[in-house]
Design a protein around this ligand. Structure first.
Ligand code: NAP
Length: 235
């Protein structure tokens, strides 16, 4: 199969770094975004693909996106949103939006990408989960629940698609320095860094390099795995 990838949420943070890391390994990478058109276009100009706006939570928009990309041999489900606060303060619409983007978005993209992969008996899906999906965090209950769903989805889909020659894995990042953690105070950041074995917060490139590695043919016997990229936060 041709090395054509789609990275959802590829305009910023981990997704943008992933698109660039894949391009450095010879992939043509389409870059999905929701709001950041200029940033997505800048990344896509460096990855040989198109910048495509679509809210992954909306199946029609995702179908239109895949009409533009054509078949992809690698789907990186990275688009995600977070929310911090007490569960009891979370409005039902906020709970729903977290699941619509973080979980249903993956369903929508897989629904569009998988049929071609099954026909080809090849292809890969890499989901971006979180260490919170296994461990949970206070004031991030809903977000943690979405990432727990991503982990279960990854394992189940690996079993479902393995016979068709398709690998499905996930990365579970720890604390990574992107806009998503912009609300942390310097003290919070220092405390989080201290909790890791490597004594630092991660960079988007730290996660991107692992995703790019998972996409390499050398990892061909690896599927259904949740690879922690957390500097030793969870050991
Ligand atoms: P980020 O810097 O906030 O970037 C989020 C990306 O997702 C942006 O490209 C954004 O597009 C896109 N996006 C958001 N909602 C979307 C939607 N409905 N449809 C399409 N695209 C959408 O976040 P990040 O830290 O790189 O996070 C990337 C992934 O890593 C997420 O799944 C997140 O849960 C996970 N993660 C992050 C951390 C961390 O510490 N940062 C830790 C564990 C897991 P626009 O730019 O157009 O808004």
């Amino acid at each position: 199969m041709e090395k054509i990838a789609l990275v959802t949420g590829g305009s910023r943070g981990i997704g943008a770094a992933t698109a660039l890391a894949l391009a450095a390994r010879g992939w043509t990478v389409h870059v999905n975004y929701l709001h950041s058109a200029a940033a997505a276009n800048r990344i896509a100009a460096r990855t040989g693909g198109r910048a495509i706006q679509a809210d992954v939570a909306d199946l029609r928009q995702v179908e239109r996106m895949f009409a533009q990309t054509g078949p992809v041999s690698l789907l990186v489900n990275n688009a995600g949103i977070a929310h911090a606060g007490l569960l009891t303060d979370l409005a039902p619409a906020q709970w729903q939006r977290l699941f619509d983007v973080n979980v249903t978005g993956i369903f929508h993209c897989c629904r569009c990408a998988v049929p071609h992969m099954v026909r080809e008996k090849a292809g890969q899906i890499i989901n971006v989960a979180s260490i919170l999906g296994a461990n949970g965090a206070s004031c991030e209950a809903a977000y943690s629940a979405t990432k727990g769903a991503v982990i279960a989805l990854t394992r189940a889909l690996a079993k479902e698609l393995g016979p068709s020659g398709i690998r499905v894995n996930a990365v579970a990042p720890g604390c990574i320095d992107t806009d998503m953690i912009a609300n942390l105070t310097p003290d919070d950041r220092a405390a989080l860094a201290e909790d890791t074995a490597l004594c630092r917060i991660g960079t988007p490139q730290d996660v991107a390099e692992v995703i790019a590695l998972l996409a390499e043919p050398g990892t061909r016997f690896l599927t259904g795995q949740i690879v922690g990229v957390d500097g030793g936060l969870v050991i």
